[in-house]
Design a protein around this ligand. Structure first.
Ligand SMILES: Cc1cc2nc3c(=O)[nH]c(=O)nc-3n(C[C@H](O)[C@H](O)[C@H](O)COP(=O)(O)OP(=O)(O)OC[C@H]3O[C@@H](n4cnc5c(N)ncnc54)[C@H](O)[C@@H]3O)c2cc1C
Length: 470
């Protein structure tokens, strides 16, 4: 069997098939394998930057990755002291792994915080099995899923205001909910915030020692130990380019799949794929720094991930502006400060910083000044720490990886409809009308993020179709 694309989902599909005894070849268009898990020296010698994903809560919580012997293939998780910091005017709010310590920051909202997140965090393992599969399937733990789903379906602005009274609790939730890349008025825009917060309390928000590439390398090492092979610099431009194989998995966008197969697909399926939509893009900067960030609240240094954007209202506005096709003056910015916890990523005493903000799809606008103004707001003097920066706009991301349509990093908009119907409304959307061909990218359930579950479910669908017991 063949997999096109070596992102985490392509590699997961390959591993499931190799575990079942199939001969597997992965064909990757780029000259290195790993998709959204690549690391590179983007600035200066000795600095290691994550080109795409930089923080991996979904990977540590992935029901599939957790079963694999990845530590035997070099993977070492680095857990920052605190998963997330959210700076406000003078002090930062922190998401601790300890849920009680987190709630204690919120005074009269402490009980509200526990009431919302404790049941989700306590049942995270069962819930993730249900959430990280097509939502049109029967849940395994409906008792836990139902209360979660009732909150998750709400717009983030409604859930934040109806649950919390303090600006601190609202801001922390807003920063995490904004990972959904949706305006806060959209139905379902709470869901990713709920899941990521619960994962923070249950598993943390770690990253692989030495760079995201270490997770790709561990997956590749394990795949090769099962007899699988990977060929890089093999760009597929048409189905006809594919060698003969019984099963073909495509870790590609719906747009690429359509362009290869339009004439072969039934009208109804083709129409659904044409309706599938992609969302906002990102503008990203990687920094080499001469020293750590001079945070106004030094406790911000304890966090691996920092959410910049201020209050719920400010973040809500920034995400709304992007949805309106505008470039916010004060964007919501995601930062990762890996080298505070993993010194292997920079020369002694030096640091890296990973930063991005959302922009309208297909944007080529340079957001450097706006991102740096947001960092300076909470870490005055930051600019003096910069040795070198490397940036990439949304158009650059789309050129870098054909799965990042218009610079969308989530494999398609996370609207409620597209969470249920991704990319088509069936309980096995991996199966295409073409015999033996399965979609397995983040444009299938459960969508974006490094968890491999799209690939796992696609492979299980193929094994089921082959009447294979797994
Ligand atoms: C800037 C950025 C930041 C991100 N941050 C995070 C984060 O912090 N945490 C997180 O969990 N997720 C993050 N993500 C999202 C995450 O990287 C993706 O959701 C995930 O990698 C999707 O996996 P995939 O296997 O579906 O696709 P990809 O990882 O995109 O892999 C697809 C692979 O297929 C190859 N390919 C595509 N078409 C062809 C073709 N025609 N022929 C041959 N090869 C082909 C591509 O080159 C690529 O290697 C981020 C993404 C980006 C871009």
């Amino acid at each position: 069997m063949i997999v096109v694309g070596s992102g985490p989902n392509g590699l997961a599909a390959a591993i499931v098939m190799a575990q079942a005894g199939f001969t597997v070849a992965v064909l990757e268009g780029s000259d290195t394998a790993g998709g959204g898990l690549r690391s590179a020296s983007l600035t200066q010698d000795g600095f290691v930057h994550d080109v795409c994903s930089g923080v991996h809560p979904m990977a540590i919580a992935s029901p599939f990755f957790r079963q694999l012997p990845l530590t035997s293939f070099g993977l070492e998780w680095v857990h920052p002291i605190v998963p997330v910091a959210h700076p406000l005017n003078t002090e930062s709010v922190l998401l601790y792994e300890d849920i009680q310590a987190t709630a204690n920051q919120f005074g009269r909202d402490a009980k509200n915080y526990l009431r919302l997140f404790q049941p989700i965090a306590e049942h995270a393992e069962q819930l993730l099995e249900d959430i990280l599969q097509p939502l049109l399937r029967m849940p395994q733990a409906p008792r836990h899923l139902l209360p979660f789903a009732l909150h998750a379906a709400l717009p983030a602005s409604v859930l934040a205001r109806s649950t919390f009274r303090t600006s601190e609790a609202r801001a922390l939730f807003a920063g995490i909910a904004a990972h959904a890349a949706l305006p806060f008025t959209s139905m379902g825009s709470s869901s990713i915030g709920l899941v990521l917060t619960a994962i923070g309390h249950q598993y943390g928000w770690p990253f692989p020692k030495g760079g995201a590439q270490s997770l790709a390398d561990a997956l590749l090492g394990y795949l090769k130990s099962l007899g699988g092979s990977v060929f890089t610099s093999v760009q597929i431009r048409d189905l006809k380019d594919l060698p003969d194989a019984r099963i073909k998995f495509l870790d590609v966008s719906t747009n690429q799949f359509l362009s290869w197969t339009e004439h072969l697909l039934p009208w109804a399926y083709r129409t659904l794929l044409h309706r599938y939509s992609y969302g906002a893009g990102v503008f990203k900067i990687d920094y080499a720094l001469r020293q750590p960030l001079p945070w106004r609240d030094p406790r911000t240094m304890l966090a691996g991930t920092v959410h910049l954007g201020g209050t719920l209202e400010e973040i809500e506005r920034a995400e709304w502006e992007v949805n309106q096709g505008r470039h916010p003056e004060r964007p919501y910015v995601l930062l990762a400060q890996h080298t505070s916890f993993d010194t292997s990523r920079a020369p002694s005493g030096k640091h890296t910083l990973w930063a991005y903000c959302r922009v309208p799809a297909h944007s080529d606008v340079d957001m450097t000044e706006r991102i740096e103004a947001q960092i300076e707001r909470y870490a005055p003097g930051f600019k003096e720490c910069i040795l070198q920066r490397a940036s990439r706009h949304a158009v650059g991301f789309a050129a870098y990886n054909p799965n990042l349509i218009g610079g969308d990093i989530t494999g398609g908009r996370n609207t409620l409809l597209q969470m249920i119907s991704r990319p088509v409304p069936t309980s096995t959307p991996y199966r295409t009308p073409l015999k033996g061909i399965y979609l397995c990218s983040a444009s299938t359930p459960p969508g974006g993020g490094v968890h491999g579950m799209c690939g796992v479910h696609a492979a299980r669908a193929a094994l089921h179709d082959l009447s294979y017991r797994y």
